[in-house]
Design a protein around this ligand. Structure first.
Ligand SMILES: Cc1cc2nc3c(=O)[nH]c(=O)nc-3n(C[C@H](O)[C@H](O)[C@H](O)COP(=O)(O)OP(=O)(O)OC[C@H]3O[C@@H](n4cnc5c(N)ncnc54)[C@H](O)[C@@H]3O)c2cc1C
Length: 403
């Protein structure tokens, strides 16, 4: 097997981004992954930090925080690269890391995020006269009246109207947003006709679930040109077309860039010579296979995707290289008494610590491997859910490690 310049392990947001960045730098890249990571569940928005100005807030984080290793330059460059890859798949994103953009959630609250799909950018709702919220017959977990009740709290001076459209998708059976998006792809006209019948004007907005396409914004473009009102998508419960659009945009970029993608490939261990990892071993049904590489990027998703496991309490394990995993000792520090408390959860801070080049270190700060880099949810030192930084850490750490 030919030696790759870079092997990326894991095909979630961090792994896809790392492979794309490495490929853009003319490196030969192999991506090894199994499962599909968390993108199909995610909103599609990229959160950097729960702060009005994430850039400014990042400066005040402790030195152990992953953003402090990644640095402002890589954070900024990562957002540009990310938006460029998405745009190439006709999936425009908007935003910057020095501000937050509102998007409408599936229940009608506003969620603020730094980089969001253009189709969800709800900034312009403030300028609209009337807001139509449209639900589809049979679509699960999307209730126009509940969305209106909640949106009224943010926009008390707007006129709201709800509508229910019956497109008889799947013969009237219950469907998810992903089903609807799939069924409407290349079959957008019935939805366009129903939306036109609302007679929404140029000063109005139409809010719908994220059903406009499963790849890029092609379906949205077809419908948009037929309406006078502006159309906005919400987030939804999983499976999420917006996350899947993002996943497909990256896979398209990787395929175009010549990245070798091996799905259903579980990496079980590294091949190590002194302080160098010379390859990784993949296990499949019948045999093991070694993939040699000059550089390895570990994007295996921490606890969520099995990159880190914990069979015995107080003893979390990184599953491929047996890297040291840092965690808050003592059962009392492992989790908060209340699930929703105003402080990070100990178990969520668990992960691998690194140097400035994202190479894993031991408790004394010693670099363990010269050519192994750790990215995304594997990184320790912060609760990415609590501080709302998961997507931002994924893309910026991937950029830093792969550049
Ligand atoms: C429900 C949900 C909603 C979210 N919403 C948002 C949001 O609104 N905004 C935001 O910024 N972020 C959000 N996120 C977080 C975000 O989508 C990612 O979880 C985060 O960016 C981490 O990505 P990752 O690539 O590090 O890990 P993952 O996405 O978990 O990917 C890890 C990948 O590695 C693979 N893998 C693991 N072990 C191996 C192995 N041994 N060999 C080969 N492959 C392996 C896994 O199968 C998986 O494909 C959400 C996450 C979830 C779960």
């Amino acid at each position: 097997m030919k030696t790759s310049d870079v092997i990326v392990i894991g095909g979630g947001l961090a792994g896809l981004m790392a492979a794309a960045v490495a490929a853009s730098r003319k490196q030969s890249v192999t991506l090894l992954t199994y499962g599909s990571g968390s993108l199909p569940l995610a909103s599609g928005a990229i959160d950097f930090l729960d702060a009005k100005n994430p850039d400014a807030a990042i400066k005040n984080l402790p030195d152990t925080h992953p953003y402090k290793k990644i640095g402002a330059k890589a954070i900024d460059a990562s957002t540009k690269f990310f938006c460029d890859v998405a745009a190439q798949a006709n999936l425009p994103y908007v935003g910057r890391t020095s501000a937050q953009i509102p998007i409408v959630t599936a229940v009608g609250t506003l969620k603020y995020s730094a980089i969001v799909p253009e189709s969800m950018d709800a900034t312009k709702l403030a300028d609209k006269k009337k807001i139509f919220v449209v639900e589809l017959a049979g679509l699960k977990d999307f209730y126009a009246s509940m969305i209106v009740d909640n949106l009224k709290k943010y926009f008390p001076d707007k006129i709201f109207e709800t509508a229910k459209i019956d497109l008889k998708l799947l013969g009237g059976r219950d469907i998810t947003c992903m089903d609807a998006a799939q069924l409407l792809t290349d079959n957008e006209q019935p939805l366009a006709n129903e939306l036109k019948a609302l007679n929404a004007g140029g000063d109005d907005a139409i809010i719908i679930p994220p059903i406009l396409g499963v790849a890029g914004n092609f379906s949205r473009d077809i419908i948009k040109t037929q309406l006078r009102a502006e159309i906005f998508e919400t987030t939804c419960l999983p499976p999420s077309p917006a996350g899947i659009r993002l996943q497909r945009a990256f896979i398209k970029y990787l395929q175009k860039s010549g990245v070798k993608i091996f799905e259903n490939s579980k990496v079980v261990r590294g091949v190590v010579e002194g302080k160098k990892v010379t390859g990784v071993v993949v296990e499949n049904v019948v045999r093991e296979k070694t993939f040699p590489a000059r550089k390895i990027i570990l994007a295996t998703g921490g606890f969520y995707s099995g990159g880190i496991t914990m069979r015995e309490f107080d003893s979390p394990k990184e599953t491929i290289f047996d890297l040291p995993v840092f965690f808050p000792t003592g059962a009392e520090n492992w989790s908060n008494q209340q699930l929703f408390e105003d402080k990070p959860q100990g178990f969520s801070m668990t992960g691998i610590f690194t140097d400035e080049n994202l190479r894993p270190v031991d408790a004394s700060g010693k670099i363990l491997f010269d050519n192994l880099h750790v990215v995304g949810a594997n990184l320790g030192g912060c609760d990415k859910i609590f501080e709302r930084s998961a997507g931002g850490i994924a893309i910026s750490s991937a950029y830093k490690a792969a550049f």
